[in-house]
Design a protein around this ligand. Structure first.
Ligand SMILES: [Zn+2]
Ligand SMILES: [Zn+2]
Ligand SMILES: [Zn+2]
Length: 103
């Protein structure tokens, strides 16, 4: 579950990561802050186990644990670019759905 963040912290993190998106994936608090509107009303997206949804603006984003190394992958972080092959995100370890999905 995303951790609960108070509004003050949320505001600070929001303005910080709006300017500098790198590092979002490593900040646990960013699992419960919308980078579009700053809302902390983030819920799991129905039917999409790897995505979260902002209840206020409707923006959905990828945030999940890498199946290969266990690091957090966040679609808003520039170091987690999208993969054309599987539609998931590339972890900083280089894995994505193409490499972690098959067993
Ligand atoms: Zn939002
Ligand atoms: Zn990884
Ligand atoms: Zn892939």
């Amino acid at each position: 579950m995303p951790e609960i963040v108070d509004r003050d912290t949320a505001r600070k993190l929001f303005s910080h990561y709006r300017r500098e998106r790198e590092g979002i994936r490593n900040d646990p608090a960013m699992g419960s802050i919308c980078l579009i509107c700053g809302s902390i009303h983030i819920v799991p997206k129905a039917g999409e186990p790897r995505q979260l949804l902002c209840r206020d603006c409707g923006f959905a984003f990828f945030r999940y644990e890498c199946g290969s190394c266990g690091a957090t992958v966040d679609g808003r972080d520039p170091l987690n670019p999208g993969c054309d092959g599987c539609g998931l995100r590339l972890c900083s370890c280089g894995a994505c759905g193409c490499t972690t999905g098959r067993k």
